[in-house]
Design a protein around this ligand. Structure first.
Ligand code: ZN
Length: 325
């Protein structure tokens, strides 16, 4: 079923992260100064001490194998935040399976988990989509990641593969190595061998839920959706479908901040002038400019990368989240 049509470009990156579920028992303690977070894992003989003030936040959050015990809530922004009281999407449901389980990124707020379960069940019943393959959600306490994403930090982002779930429960190995279907050919065209009407329907369904703030897809997929919706009386769902490079084998669902979470920061609401984003906005992506690298300025001072983000750059509450046992 998985043919040579599907490229493997991303596999190295996906497999680079080797968090082990078998080492999920971890303990955390804060020393008397309150500065050092001691993390011990079942597989490491010596505890690894991390200073909460100086250790890069991605290392602190990346080391956590389990969530904190707290009322579930999102803290901060999608790309600068963390999550308290996360829940885990089960590895296998009636109509979904979690992919790349070694990454331990199937954690999210309960609202995100419910939405995925609902989409999986609605898509099966109304579109005949066999089931969802769920990619990255968040780390057990959200926060920045050692590899992969800039967002997915506050428990409200989830990646869903464009490959449908097979008719059997996949082994852990298969979930790590399965090659997904690629939906595009280059910057400007969907792949006619893989792109299909049911995928367009799946995206429309996902965008139609009021909890969903936006969905990221590679630009030619947005173009295909604009065509797909040409005859629709109500095209407002298209405004939520945002073209973004890199979303070629999966789409990325982002939820609005749930009610009653004052520390959660919504992103600006997409309001393209034409109501859909199928006009000027898409033209930008489907033209050459969006893909051009800026010409280097010979007079610019040498680039100095910024120091890695530490807890001081995240909302204050994230310190307690990552330091909690
Ligand atoms: Zn994503």
């Amino acid at each position: 079923m998985l043919s040579a049509k599907n490229r493997q470009f991303f596999i190295g990156a996906l497999l680079a992260c080797t968090l082990s579920l078998s080492s999920a028992q971890s303990q955390t303690a804060v020393d008397q100064s309150g500065l050092t977070n001691v993390i011990t894992g079942a597989t490491s003989a010596a505890p690894v001490a991390m200073n909460l003030n100086t250790t890069p936040a991605k290392k602190l959050f990346g080391a956590k194998k389990l969530p904190d015990v707290a009322a579930p809530h999102a803290i901060g922004a999608y790309a600068l935040g963390c999550m308290a009281g996360a829940q885990r999407l089960p590895m296998t449901g009636p109509d979904w399976q979690v992919m790349r389980p070694s990454r331990n990124r199937n954690w999210a707020l309960p609202q995100t988990i419910s939405l995925i379960e609902r989409l999986a069940s609605d898509a099966k019943a109304k579109i005949g989509w066999n089931g969802l393959l769920v990619g990255d959600m968040a780390q057990p306490r959200g926060g920045p990641m050692l590899t992969g994403h800039a967002s997915h930090q506050n428990g409200l982002d989830a990646d869903i593969w464009f490959t449908p779930m097979p008719n059997y429960e996949m082994s852990a190995k298969e979930r790590e190595t399965m090659v997904p279907f690629e939906m595009v050919k280059g910057h400007y065209a969907v792949n006619p061998d893989t792109w299909s009407l049911d995928r367009a329907k799946l995206l429309k369904m996902a965008a139609s839920y009021p909890e969903v703030a936006r969905i990221f897809v590679h630009p030619p997929i947005k173009a295909a959706l604009c065509q797909f919706a040409a005859g629709d009386a109500d095209k407002s769902w298209l405004a939520k479908i945002r073209p973004m490079k890199g979303h070629t084998f999966h789409f990325h669902i982002r939820l609005n901040c749930p009610a009653g979470m004052p520390g959660c920061k919504n992103q600006w609401k997409p309001k393209p002038k034409d109501g859909t984003g199928c006009g000027d906005e898409l033209a930008y992506w489907m033209g050459g400019k969006a893909w051009q690298k800026p010409k280097p300025n010979p007079n610019a001072p040498p680039y100095v990368p910024p120091p890695p983000l530490t807890l001081s750059g995240l909302p204050a509450e994230c310190r307690a989240v990552v330091a909690a046992p």
